[in-house]
Design a binder for this molecule. Structure first.
Ligand code: EPZ
Length: 430
């Protein structure tokens, strides 16, 4: 098991510049969309993270061919050799569910393993399924697999009971090749959804209402080639913004989209940080000496992102007072609280709320990463926890952050990657 070790004699003040990578949650649907055509799709600003490799492995198994050079990728699914997304790949990455809609639309059949739950919640896909059934798909659940069939999907009207990012993405991709018009209501508004729609339009799809809650998709018979740049990763950017606020640092983030970061920017400003635009695609974050406590409730975009909840919790452990974080999206997304408590934080979980009493000095320890954003939160905690913090199981981190230790070393952090670190905690592992 690989680990990251951070040496913190005294708390860091991050200073300097960091360039943000392309968004994991934008590149995954864009890759899945390549199944909708036999032509070449060219994607740039690809983040070199583990989930991209997993998705490319899956697409290759389905018959796609690709070449990845540095951060540019050309992929074409001239022929679909298989319609099966096997369990071991779907288990490794829930976002594999994104091949369901495109495979069904292109091939007329898709057999995708049910993703199952994960560390942050039960993660159902019922809305993906009922939406595709509304478009005329025959869907059975057999032996842990979604078996979907439809000679040709038919346009229909469908309203999502609740906002779902990949649910919206799956339905838009399926509707792009359906016969007739599809109207999707209560769609997710995340920038990654809009960016996928823009790629589909470049491929020849006819989509109105991009960026709004109602999307109108007039199906076409075929989609063609396209070139598309992956948007910046607003969660990686948010993670570094919190790092600057947490350490009282002064950080310039390059290659960001400030408009995608408004909810976090507002909360960091209230906590005392100064955030300035420095150039069209750059922002500067200057941390304050005193961090003010505040309450946060996660919500679908443009609300405060659930993917920033764990990182913000670390900041609130250093705030001068009590804060309450309410997690409304996932039912089990507080696992990181236990690990922060081991570093010295005072956090009490009460149902969907975490009550954080600051300010508590943190001291380094061995901790365990449970999921992607929890891992990021522990790296942030390591920046202000005096002594040595070892974050085990960082495979989670590598799924969504590109070379994070290299970026932190450039900002003056003493951090190293340990191969085969087997110092597991003695005593009752949860
Ligand atoms: C996407 O997951 C992101 N992943 C997640 O990022 C992110 O946390 C999440 O959206 C919320 O913003 C990708 O885009 C690859 P949802 P997704 O469907 O689409 C419920 C990360 O760290 N729901 O928007 O799986 C669900 O239980 C990851 O990068 C249903 O009930 O999330 C949740 O409560 C973690 N039925 C809510 O909707 C469904 O059919 C939102 O989930 C689908 C979802």
């Amino acid at each position: 098991m690989e680990a990251l070790r951070i040496y913190t004699e005294k708390p860091y003040q991050l200073r300097g510049e960091v360039t943000i990578s392309g968004a994991k949650n934008a590149v995954l649907p864009a890759l899945a969309a390549s199944l909708l055509t036999g032509e070449e799709v060219h994607l740039t600003n690809i983040p070199l993270v583990k989930d991209v490799q997993t998705m490319l492995t899956l697409l290759a198994e389905l018959g796609a061919e690709y070449s990845l050079k540095k951060k540019s990728l050309t992929i074409s699914a001239k022929k679909i050799l298989s319609d099966q997304a096997p369990y071991q790949l779907v288990r490794a990455m829930r976002a594999s569910i994104l091949v369901l809609g495109p495979l069904l639309a292109r091939k007329g059949r898709a057999v995708v393993a049910l993703p199952g739950g994960c560390a942050i919640g039960t993660r159902p896909v019922d809305l993906h399924i009922t939406g595709l059934q509304k478009l005329g798909a025959e869907i059975k659940i057999e032996h842990g697999y979604i078996v979907a069939e439809a000679r040709r999907l038919k346009g229909a009207e469908f309203e999502f009971e609740k906002k779902t990012v990949t649910g919206t993405e799956n339905l838009v991709m399926a509707a792009a090749l359906a016969r007739g018009e599809t109207v999707l209501k209560n769609c997710a508004l995340e920038p990654e959804v809009s960016s996928l729609c823009e790629l589909l339009v470049k491929m020849g799809a006819r989509i109105d209402g991009i960026g709004e809650e109602t999307l109108r998709i007039r199906g076409v018979d075929d989609l063609g080639p396209a070139s598309h740049r992956i948007i910046p990763d607003r969660i990686e950017a948010g993670t570094f913004m919190v790092a600057a606020a947490l350490t009282g640092g002064d950080l310039v983030l390059r290659e960001v989209e400030p408009a995608h970061l408004q909810a976090l920017t507002d909360k960091l400003t209230i906590s005392g940080a100064r955030i300035e635009k420095s150039g069209r695609r750059s922002i500067r974050v200057i941390g304050s000496q005193e961090i003010k406590p505040q309450d946060v409730t996660t919500a679908p975009y443009p609300g405060f992102p659930t993917d920033m909840q764990a990182q913000f919790m670390v900041l609130m452990t250093q705030a001068s007072g009590t804060s309450i974080i309410t997690e409304t999206i996932f039912d089990r997304r507080f696992a990181h609280a236990n690990e922060l408590t081991r570093l010295g934080a005072s956090i009490e979980i009460q149902g969907d709320k975490a009550v954080i009493r600051g300010r508590t000095p943190l001291s380094g320890a061995e901790v365990m990463a449970t999921d992607l954003r929890a891992s990021a939160c522990l790296v942030l905690a390591g920046l202000v926890a005096t002594g040595q913090t070892t974050i085990n199981d960082i495979e989670h981190l590598d799924r969504g952050y590109e070379k994070i230790e290299e970026k932190l070393v450039k900002l003056g952090v003493k951090i190293e990657r340990l191969k085969n670190n087997n110092n597991h905690r003695t005593g009752g592992k949860p």
